[in-house]
Design a protein. Structure first.
Length: 502
């Protein structure tokens, strides 16, 4: 709905802000105060078509630009992002609610992918084989797809798009970003920085919207590939729909990340990790630890140490430099998470720390939910089965290492997992046996560096390709093999036999 006097956050098409033909908008709120701070334009299918057609025209020219020039634009973007990282982090905190230090960390991890993409001349190097047959050479090249789209979530409005568009654009594609309508302003600042870096108009576009915009991107004939990060049900829909329209798809879904703590682990380090990974960014991370698997007999002691640390957390507006955790992104999401806590209590789990009545005195209308800690959670409970995406940590007891491993591997999700132990043999066995795409050994959030790829297994990924790193380069390009011979005129003449290498 429209709010009188609230600024309108527009799309970015053809190198400039663009309102679009659709009159629909959605509220953008500050989660710490509950106040509406702006209106974001919601694109119609016709608006999406306009953006894609602009991108299509730009892609035809951008693919012909030399790798050296593309790299220079990426280097310029990297420097501009570095100079504007605080402004970008402030936009994230204002619309998402995470504390500024967390937002700064998000921006820094995104910049790492830009730095990786600056090496595109080497990343796109092909192979060459001379004299595979008489006077015949074979070589491989990788070429851009054309127009590619990214549909990204609210929890990382800067980092997740930066997992995608630096590599896609460096490879010679035009990129259309559909960020979350909950926190759209970060994407607009990035668009301005791209323009300042010298990127040609149309190579990077931003269209805000809801389901209508997503459906239009998935069906548009000029979009050749789609990258998505979000919940598992939507990831499955994106994968199936885009694939039906002949597109290449990488769709990263939800998670239920486990942290296994063996009896020999340093329990202080494990408790620090559980609190940091469970409640950082109010649990609104796809790599958040949701379940701690305490292997007997250390369960009671580990829970006690986690409780001690939770009591010291400061819940406040993300702009407060002393804040450890901010609000949840919307009131509706806050209420959903609180409802799942209610379900856990009703199912018989022990609610050791109850954050449902969290109060922040100077921000009474914010979307607050304090840390919640459950013990003695069982796999059949909804708080174990569902991706909560909030500050709720569940402790499950396991009798042995084998019991813990079986519990982790029985989960339909396979995004990230961690083990805490001093035993190198147990850690080596765990990394070999566990069924997950990213594994941490004494590291609770094993997000890979930019030169490795991010992605899970099972219901955490639909498609074969993970995000960024070498797999990102492969996803945003198509392979082509050229077989070449410049024959001596004396050897010319028809030969209807199947070609043989001699």
């Amino acid at each position: 709905m429209a709010v009188e006097g609230a600024p309108v956050i527009t799309h970015w098409v053809d190198g400039k802000p663009w309102r679009g033909a659709s009159a629909r908008t959605a509220d953008v709120t500050n989660p710490a105060t509950g106040a509406v701070t702006g209106q974001v334009a919601l694109a119609s299918a016709a608006d999406v078509d306009t953006a894609v057609r602009s991108a299509r025209a730009a892609a035809d020219e951008w693919r012909s630009v030399s790798l050296s020039r593309r790299a220079r634009v990426l280097f310029s973007l990297r420097e501009l992002l570095e100079r504007n990282k605080e402004a970008l982090a402030q936009r994230i905190t204002a619309e998402h609610g995470k504390v500024l230090a967390d937002a700064m960390g998000e921006v820094a991890r995104g910049i790492e992918v830009v730095e990786y993409a600056c090496g595109i001349p080497q990343l796109l190097a092909g192979n060459h084989s001379e004299q595979v047959s008489t006077d015949t050479d074979v070589y491989s090249i990788r070429q851009p797809i054309g127009v590619v789209a990214g549909i990204t979530p609210f929890n990382f409005p800067a980092m997740v798009p930066m997992w995608m568009f630096p590599i896609a654009i460096a490879c010679g594609n035009a990129f259309v970003l559909k960020p979350s309508e909950r926190d759209p302003s970060a994407a607009m600042l990035v668009a301005e920085l791209w323009a300042e870096a010298g990127l040609p108009d149309g190579v990077f576009s931003v269209v805000h919207g809801d389901r209508e915009a997503v459906a239009a991107l998935l069906a548009h004939p000029d979009v050749g590939a789609v990258s998505f990060v979000g919940s598992t049900p939507i990831a499955r829909y994106v994968y199936e729909t885009a694939a039906q329209h002949g597109k290449r798809v990488q769709a990263l879904g939800g998670a239920k990340n486990h942290m296994v703590v063996l009896p020999d682990a340093d329990l202080d380090i494990a408790a620090d990790a559980a609190v940091s990974a469970g409640f950082g960014s109010a649990g609104e991370r796809c790599m958040a630890i949701s379940v701690v698997v305490a292997v007997d007999p250390i369960g009671d002691e580990l829970v006690a140490r986690i409780v001690e640390r939770i009591a010291k957390l400061r819940i406040a507006d993300g702009t407060d430099p002393d804040a450890d955790m901010g609000p949840l992104v919307t009131r509706a999401h806050r209420d959903r998470v609180a409802g799942l806590v209610d379900d856990g209590v009703a199912a018989g789990a022990s609610l050791v720390v109850d954050g449902r009545e969290q109060v922040v005195a100077d921000r009474p209308d914010g979307f607050w939910l304090g840390p919640c800690l459950f013990d003695h959670v069982r796999p059949e409970m909804s708080i174990y089965r569902e991706e909560i995406f909030g500050p709720v940590l569940s402790v499950v007891r396991a009798g042995t290492y084998d019991d813990a491993l079986a519990l982790v591997n029985a989960s339909p999700y396979g995004n990230g997992v961690a083990i805490f132990t001093r035993d190198g043999g147990a850690a080596r066995r765990f990394q070999f046996e566990v069924e997950a795409g990213m594994v941490g050994i004494n590291i609770p959030i094993p997000v890979p560096m930019a030169y490795y790829s991010f992605g899970g297994w099972g219901d955490s990924l639909f498609g074969d390709t993970h995000v960024h790193g070498a797999e990102g380069v492969r996803f945003y390009t198509r392979g082509k093999v050229v077989t070449s011979r410049f024959a001596d005129p004396a050897t010319r003449g028809p030969d209807l036999g199947f070609p043989q290498n001699r």
